[in-house]
Design a protein around this ligand. Structure first.
Ligand code: AMP
Ligand code: ZN
Length: 117
């Protein structure tokens, strides 16, 4: 069932209602470490705006998606995984395994990754 914005974990982290170290914040997004990392580096790049999906109708969406990827690149450099490589992933909808209904870009690296289904 879709979470409301009030119940949204990421909106609550942003509001300081749930603990979470914010590694980067700008006018459009913020970055935290995933609470259940699947690799040595596992970050979440999250728009400030409570979009649910990357396909939500918004005149700003294309710019937002580009910005998330640009911030992912800078964070990868900061985390020392830029050269070794990393995966950027967005889960969308039930079959993807999306559990938090607030658009977020996973940035995963620090080990060789398999293509997991
Ligand atoms: P997804 O399955 O794409 O919706 O990813 C949601 C991610 O959020 C999962 O990898 C969770 O481990 C992560 N997560 C859930 N709660 C928190 C939290 N409080 N702080 C950081 N990451 C979280
Ligand atoms: Zn939210």
């Amino acid at each position: 069932m879709a979470q409301t914005q009030k119940e949204c974990i990421f909106c609550r982290v942003l509001a300081g209602e749930i603990p979470g170290e914010i590694l980067h914040r700008d006018d459009h997004c913020f970055v935290i470490r995933d609470i259940a990392p699947i690799a040595p580096v596992h970050l979440l790049v999250i728009p400030l705006q409570h979009y649910i999906h990357a396909t939500d109708a918004s005149p700003d969406m294309d710019v937002t998606l580009g910005h998330l990827m640009a911030v992912a690149r800078e964070m990868a450099k900061r985390e020392g995984i830029f050269e070794s490589g990393y995966r950027m992933a967005v889960n969308q909808g039930p079959h993807s395994g999306q559990t938090v209904d607030h658009l977020h870009l996973h940035v995963v690296g620090g080990r060789a990754l398999e293509l997991e289904g």
